[in-house]
Design a protein around this ligand. Structure first.
Ligand SMILES: [Zn+2]
Length: 170
């Protein structure tokens, strides 16, 4: 979508609509800190996560908690940081949250630059249709330990976990 002054490049949005200013402000107030913004305040996400009994795999997809993490990134970030998606938010320590946030920032910046989801360190975009390079999403075995990857449903979306690398410990 393009006008004389603005250009919007949307890739698979769940919703797309034009809002007036009051509606925009209401919406922004409802959204958690956006990992891609330099001025994002991770503290707001930490407050929500550290007080919630909801599993971290659901919280990371809740845009009112933290904005920007999609379904593939959820599984990939949790695997990279060795965190089970089934651990409740309030069992996550601050150090772990900081690692999750930092990895989300790191990976989403790579994603924007490459215009593709790349969560494997040190690789370029694949030659496939979307150019994605991922570790465990939709994979059968863990690239780190070769264990079988378990599939689960979280927020009605497929999630993936390596139970060896991501033990459910608190
Ligand atoms: Zn593993």
């Amino acid at each position: 979508m393009m006008s004389k002054t603005h250009c919007v490049d949307i890739n698979g949005p769940n919703r797309c609509e034009v809002l007036d200013m009051p509606a925009r402000m209401t919406l922004i107030a409802r959204i958690g800190p956006d990992v891609l913004r330099a001025d994002a305040d991770p503290e707001r996400a930490w407050v929500r996560i550290s007080r919630s009994k909801t599993p971290i795999g659901l919280l990371l997809m809740d845009q009112s908690v933290i904005a920007g993490i999609g379904n593939i990134y959820r599984s990939e970030i949790l695997w990279r940081q060795k965190v089970s998606p089934e651990i409740p938010g309030n069992a996550i320590c601050r150090e772990t949250f900081d690692r999750l946030w930092a990895d989300a920032v790191h990976l989403l910046r790579i994603g924007v630059k490459a215009n593709s989801i790349i969560t494997v360190d040190g690789v370029k975009k694949a030659r496939s249709r979307y150019g994605e390079r991922v570790n465990i999403f939709n994979k059968s075995h863990c690239p780190a330990c070769a264990s079988e990857i378990r599939r689960l449903e979280m927020a009605s979306r497929r999630a993936f976990i390596c139970d060896t690398c991501q033990p459910n410990v608190r």
